[in-house]
Design a protein around this ligand. Structure first.
Ligand SMILES: N[C@@H](CCC(=O)N[C@@H](CS)C(=O)NCC(=O)O)C(=O)O
Length: 427
């Protein structure tokens, strides 16, 4: 089975009455040039009139002087034509009511169709005519239909009832962004106007001694995002904070585009900001490379980090999770053994990062650090508290991440490093 591909409306043919009624309406009311006339080749009793509706296509009418004008509404049974719509510019559309009224032609009044303005009236033979005027111009190289398809997707995604101007504006922006290159890495909206008390685009609620927080703090700096940091030490129980972050975990991002206005989990924060700002250099768009980045981060948060926490939190003086040996009734010797056991387990996931995720490359991200590298290097900072015996590659790797990111890494890392040094210092 094969399709027969169409390429546009060629013409529409209507059954008319006498020729003068048709000429009077199509040319005399709607301004369509009467371009030619010849006999109806299938019925010599009829004449066949051709009009140009304005785009070089054709509206054609079979006429016959024996047929009387009947102005009752044409049938709208299944299979019948309901109405035919013609395009007019906004300038013309805005004159339509007045000009139909001048002629005493009954009409619907202006109808808001979201993506166009419309008005309806009947021709002398009872066919419903619509004059429609788009409310948008497609970007160069796109059709109205392509803009409407994109606007439809946006409308459905937002669960709105019908296409409105907001969807059209966003569809046009999407098509332009997709089809036109820019030298900028970050094409997200910017506010270049200086203001007093201007709010930053991204607010990070943080705790300074934390490597989970360090991850997001390095990232916003490395990505060059507009951000503000709020140290929420001692404030995580406040109702205003709990409302935004019922997990009471930091880092917590507040940003206008988030469905609930806030988000926690360092990796999710980095992924969101990369997606939102087109920061592909930190989060590859190739599905396979992106899967590796995601896998490295999930493996870190789900497997490596719990070992790091069990091994280092006792030295750092951080509370551990309920159900752990460290929070049980076990004696100090057992708790110390649990910490040592966790420390011993770190080698295996660490090696997986080296052999599997890096696999001879400088970073998990390849030649430059990805968000998974930021997450890993920041995490390893805590191992300094227990003087962990890093394999040589890991020392080189941490230095390379810091070297590649510069102050974006070193500046917030100072907080963690200072805390770690204090925690190690003899009381
Ligand atoms: N998997 C989370 C862990 C977040 C986390 O555990 N944050 C800690 C700081 S390191 C926190 O805010 N804890 C709450 C507290 O200390 O009361 C992430 O990567 O963001």
């Amino acid at each position: 089975m094969r399709k027969i591909q169409t390429q546009g409306v060629h013409h529409i043919t209507l059954v008319g009455a006498d020729r003068q009624t048709s000429i009077g309406f199509w040319e005399g009311v709607l301004g369509m040039p009467f371009v030619f006339e010849q006999p109806n080749l299938d019925n010599v009793a009829d004449s066949h009139l051709y009009f140009d509706p304005g785009d070089g296509r054709l509206i054609t009418i079979f006429t016959n002087e024996e047929r009387a004008v009947d102005s009752t509404r044409t049938a709208t049974d299944p299979g019948c034509v309901h109405h035919i719509a013609f395009a007019v510019s906004q300038a013309t559309f805005n004159q339509t009511v007045e000009r139909l009224d001048e002629r005493g032609i009954r009409h619907s009044g202006v109808k808001d169709r979201g993506f166009m303005d419309s008005i309806y009236f009947e021709d002398p033979l009872g066919l419903l005519i619509e004059l429609a005027s788009y409310r948008f111009e497609p970007p160069e190289g796109f059709t109205h239909g392509e803009v409407l398809l994109e606007a439809h997707k946006i409308r459905v995604h937002r669960e709105d009832y019908n296409i409105a101007q907001e969807h059209l504006a966003d569809a046009i922006e999407t098509l332009v962004t997709r089809s036109r290159e820019s030298l900028s890495d970050d094409r997200s909206p910017k506010d270049p106007y200086p203001r007093e008390d201007q709010m930053a685009e991204n607010t990070l609620s943080i705790l300074t001694p934390s490597v989970n927080n360090l991850t997001a703090r390095i990232f916003v700096r490395a990505a060059g995002l507009d951000f503000e940091e709020l140290d929420v030490w001692g404030k995580k129980d406040e109702p205003a904070f709990v409302d935004k972050d019922p997990a009471q975990l930091t880092p917590m991002l507040e940003e206008a585009g988030l469905p609930k206005g806030s988000l926690w989990e360092s990796c999710a924060i980095m992924q969101y900001l990369c997606n939102n700002h087109g920061l592909d250099r930190f989060y590859p768009t190739d599905p396979g490379e992106r899967a590796m980045t995601d896998s490295a981060m999930f493996y870190l948060v789900g497997t490596l980090y719990p070992y790091v926490a069990r091994a280092t939190y006792p030295t750092l003086g951080f509370p551990q999770y309920a159900g752990e040996v460290a929070t049980s009734e076990a004696d100090d010797e057992m708790k110390a053994k649990a910490a040592k056991d966790a420390e011993a387990e770190i080698a295996k996931p660490l090696e997986a990062f080296h052999t599997f995720f890096m696999d001879g490359r400088k970073f998990i991200g390849g030649d430059s650090p990805s968000i998974a590298d930021i997450r890993l290097a920041a995490t390893l900072e805590f191992l300094r508290s227990i003087d962990y015996n890093f394999p040589g590659w890991a020392e080189d790797y941490m230095a390379a991440v810091e070297d590649a990111l510069g102050d974006a890494y070193s500046e917030p890392a100072t907080d963690v490093r200072g805390f770690v040094e204090d925690a190690k210092a003899p009381a």
